[in-house]
Design a protein around this ligand. Structure first.
Ligand SMILES: Cc1ncc(COP(=O)(O)O)c(C=O)c1O
Length: 456
């Protein structure tokens, strides 16, 4: 009856924004070497750098913190956490970790050998880095549609099943497990269909391979399945999520996303021997298996967060608010990856700024302009992030994108309206934007700390 989708919460506790002037932001950016990672967060008005760990916890989660049992071993909070994760995923062994990459490191260090291959739709950067740290290959096999930014397709995160089968046929002996990332962060936050997951399961059965989900945004993926796969239209998001997990043999999870927590994660596995190896490594680097690098109160917050994240009003608002920003930008002719992903909008900076060549970093130019214009912090996902080879040579990344990641339950519709205004204004003055050059940089992960200067 009503079209407005209101935020499904009211606000009990607020954090003031510090409004800066344009002149202050110009100065702050210069001091940060034109790298938004080097700003002080208090100099940012709307922070869309990441959706990871930046969400707002609910009153129930804050209340649950006081229930935290800080016992070193056998904490009550662990058993509550384990019960919630098991109800959702059905996996036998639940191993808490301090965040997603710790789950990845423990899994891969336990089961991967040098020279092996891990197929995935798209590996997230930390997943790829952890695979490569074992001397193995991270092989990206997303469907062709997932590589075309402007193409509208319901499941651009799907893995290419024919390519996966070719890998399993040709190199099966070197594939210890198959991964699928839901939603596909590195491919624009695009969902994977249940049909695709079922087919991956069938291939894994045929070639006797374990199937592991990178489940960071499982609830957003479940919502897309509900909307876009008719078979699931009447299912609750929780039931869809349960069905997704039950197709797999385990998962890695960053609770900083769909755990609705500020820190936390887990590795879940069905295989007893793999779990045993993982727990041994966990004790070495994270902690005892009933806390895994987290406080008891963190386990409580994640347990409650996993219950809240599958609630239908939350997911409807979450996905709609991302789509709402996308609609405003598309209506004004701003080129973005379509359709909108679950957690973020990706602006095609190379298309928007054709006069800035990739090696003059159009993504950085655009992200910096959004900051100067309106105090909005986004992140370049392009040539600065991916263009440097280990041998020190530089080449353009496949795409130069600027990601606007939306923290969960933090910003209201008027904040999003403001962001759209800022982006549209900057896009209308695109000819003014100049490229940059790097003046100092580390050899790896340069996007975090490189310093730039603007070209004349
Ligand atoms: C798909 C995916 N996998 C893994 C990770 C790593 O999680 P964390 O940042 O908690 O280590 C992320 C984080 O953004 C992610 O998006």
């Amino acid at each position: 009856m009503f079209h407005t989708i209101i935020e499904p919460f009211r606000i009990k506790s607020v954090e003031a924004l510090r409004f800066t002037t344009r002149e202050e932001r110009v100065r702050a950016l210069e001091q940060a070497g034109f790298n938004l990672f080097l700003l002080r967060a208090e100099d940012v008005i709307i922070d869309l750098l990441t959706d990871s760990g930046t969400g707002a916890m609910s009153a129930a989660q804050w209340g649950a913190l006081m229930q935290g049992d800080e016992s070193y071993a056998g904490s009550r909070s662990f058993y509550r956490f384990q019960a919630v994760v098991q109800d959702l995923t059905g996996f036998r062994h639940i191993i808490p970790t301090h965040q997603g990459r710790a789950a990845e490191r423990i899994l891969f260090h336990s089961v991967l050998k040098a020279g092996e291959i891990v197929p995935n739709n798209n590996h997230f950067d930390t997943t790829r880095a952890n695979v490569e740290a074992e001397g193995a290959e991270a092989r990206d096999l997303v469907v062709a549609e997932g590589r075309v930014p402007a193409l509208v397709h319901p499941f651009k995160g799907n893995i290419d099943l024919a390519a996966l089968e070719r890998t399993l046929q040709a190199d099966g002996g070197r594939v210890p497990l198959v991964m699928v990332t839901v939603t596909n962060n590195s491919g624009g936050g695009q969902p994977v269909s249940m049909e695709n997951l079922r087919s991956v399961r069938a291939l894994c059965d045929k070639y006797r391979k374990p199937f592991i989900l990178d489940a960071c945004r499982f609830a957003e993926n479940a919502w897309f399945i509900k909307q876009r796969e008719p078979e699931f239209a009447d299912w609750t998001p929780k039931r869809i999520a349960q069905a997704m997990f039950r197709l797999a043999d385990g998962c890695t999870m960053s609770a900083k996303k769909d755990g609705l927590a500020n820190i936390g994660g887990f590795l879940a596995l069905n295989d007893d021997e793999w779990a045993e190896r993982a727990r041994t490594l966990l004790i070495l680097t994270e902690g005892f298996p009933t806390y895994g690098g987290l406080a008891g109160y963190d386990l409580e917050a994640v347990a409650r967060g996993l219950e809240e994240v599958v609630e239908e009003p939350y997911l409807r608002y979450r996905i709609r608010s991302t789509e709402y920003l996308a609609e405003k930008l598309v209506a004004s002719g701003v080129p973005i990856i379509q359709p909108a992903g679950g957690h973020a909008i990706y602006i095609d900076a190379r298309a928007l700024l054709p006069h800035v060549p990739p090696l003059a970093y159009p993504g950085i130019a655009l992200a910096n302009a959004l900051y100067v214009e309106g105090g909005v912090r986004a992140v370049e996902i392009g040539t600065v992030m991916f263009g440097l080879s280990p041998d020190g040579t530089e080449s353009p990344a496949a795409m130069d994108l600027v990601r606007l990641a939306i923290p969960r339950r933090v910003y209201t519709q008027s904040h999003i309206d403001y962001v759209a205004e800022v982006v549209i204004k900057v896009a209308s003055e695109r000819d003014r934007l100049r490229g940059l050059r790097i003046v100092s940089t580390p050899r790896v992960l340069r996007h975090f700390t490189a310093r730039f200067e603007e070209l004349g």
